[in-house]
Design a binder for this molecule. Structure first.
Ligand code: HEM
Length: 386
């Protein structure tokens, strides 16, 4: 309620838009650099590896909201940023790895493969990194006294530190660090993956890409970049995002449940303590629920972009439903909208983009997306000024 409410999310709209602007600017400037100030360059295609751009966008958005600072990209590679990136990379690797110890419990005692030792090491590094962030914020809060209590400039750490004042036991430093990690782990990869899948699907369906651009062009125009207040007017873009979530839900098997009592589910008797895994990926491709279920057809979500979307499970469901759904939609819509509005996109060569998935907790594209891009002619005057 304190961290992901509509109001709190709205407070950071400006900083998310700033990150989208920086992403577009970086792609545009890298092209200029590549063509070495060739005046004809705007009509030429260049190759872009999209994943690192999207990672920078989402990571910086999340870090700004969580800790009030950005860490990735646009030349920012100081020691602190490097340290942070390496911790996050190691955590992701460990989260996605399965170890033989899980299946042969007697090996746990000797920590076969050394996974547990790695986990403890990274936990210590992460703990001291987050603790120093919390301490920095606490110091600034104390030094600036009341002046720092300006709601609009408060990052998540500041919000929880102010709650700590009134209830120190409920909001101790462990809780703050746990929340920071939960937000970064749950909110970064998933949104990156979704934007990359959406771009891949659009590159395989040029008419749909054109339709999404026409909608942005009609509602936003060419005199400014798309922003979050445009979201409600971009129904087709929302259909594209829903269809991406349907075919490639970032978390294909939602977090496990355990039955608290014996029960019967769809005619199956389930014992108390059974772990229940829900395969959202498969449910989203169920022929009985969706016509032509494996095809990419955003139009199926109707004029408002949301018809039938209540059948989707990309954010899970029930009491443990993803609390970041609203934020995720905003980030994905802004990232995707900015890329489509500013540039024309094409595949490299005639082959369709390979949509093979990588196995793991979150469902990434196996091969990072490479595409050709050039600035949209009517947007060049804006891109030149970014
Ligand atoms: C496209 C982006 C995202 C997708 C596809 C996604 C998906 C999910 C799914 C499927 C779950 C499990 C829900 C369940 O078990 O019912 C989940 C949990 C969670 N998500 Fe997200 N998520 C996304 C973005 C975010 C963001 C941006 C944040 C926060 C900043 C976030 C924070 C969380 C947290 C904290 C949980 C654990 C909730 C709990 O166990 O009580 N997620 N997410």
């Amino acid at each position: 309620m304190e961290l992901l409410s509509t109001n709190r999310i709205a407070m950071f709209a400006g900083s998310r838009e700033e990150e989208a602007r920086l992403m577009v600017k970086q792609i545009f400037q890298e092209r200029q650099h590549h063509f070495n100030a060739d005046h004809e360059c705007q009509s030429k295609w260049t190759r872009v590896e999209l994943r690192p751009k999207i990672v920078d966008l989402v990571f910086n958005i999340m870090m700004k909201m969580v800790a009030g600072k950005r860490y990735n990209g646009n030349g920012i590679v100081d020691e602190e940023a490097r340290q942070f990136q390496s911790i996050m990379r190691e955590i992701s690797e460990l989260l996605g790895s399965s170890t033989i110890n899980d299946f042969l419990p007697f090996l746990q005692r000797i920590d076969f493969q050394g996974v547990e030792r790695r986990m403890i090491r990274v936990k210590e590094k992460m703990d001291s990194f987050f603790q120093s962030l919390v301490d920095d914020h606490r110091k600034i809060k104390i030094e600036s006294g009341e002046n720092n209590n300006i709601e609009t400039s408060m990052s998540f750490v500041d919000v929880i530190l102010s709650l700590q004042d009134s209830n120190p036991q409920a909001y101790d430093d462990e809780t703050i660090k746990g929340l920071m990690l939960a937000m970064l782990l749950a909110g970064t990869d998933t949104a990156v993956i979704t934007i990359e899948w959406a771009m891949s699907l659009l590159l395989n369906h040029a008419n749909t890409m054109q339709k999404a651009w026409l909608e942005i062009n009609g509602n936003v125009g060419n005199d400014r970049l798309v922003n979050e207040s445009d979201y409600s007017k971009l129904n087709f873009l929302q259909s594209v995002i829903n269809e991406t979530f349907r075919l490639f839900p970032g978390v294909p098997v939602i977090l496990p449940r355990e039955s608290s009592d014996d029960c019967t589910l769809s005619g199956f008797d389930i014992k108390k303590g059974t772990i229940l895994l829900i395969n959202a990926w498969s449910i989203h491709r169920e022929e009985k629920q969706w016509e032509d279920a494996t095809s990419f057809i955003p139009e199926r979500f109707g004029k408002d972009g949301a018809e039938g979307s209540n059948k989707l499970l990309m954010f899970g469901g029930g009491r443990r439903i993803c609390p970041g759904g609203l934020l995720a939609r905003r980030v994905v819509c802004l990232g995707l909208g900015s890329l489509i509005q500013s540039f024309e996109w094409e595949r490299i060569g005639a082959d369709a983009i390979d949509l093979t998935e990588e196995p793991g907790l979150s469902m990434c594209k196996l091969h990072p997306l490479l595409a050709l891009c050039k600035p949209r002619q009517p947007m060049i005057h804006i891109l030149n000024k970014l």
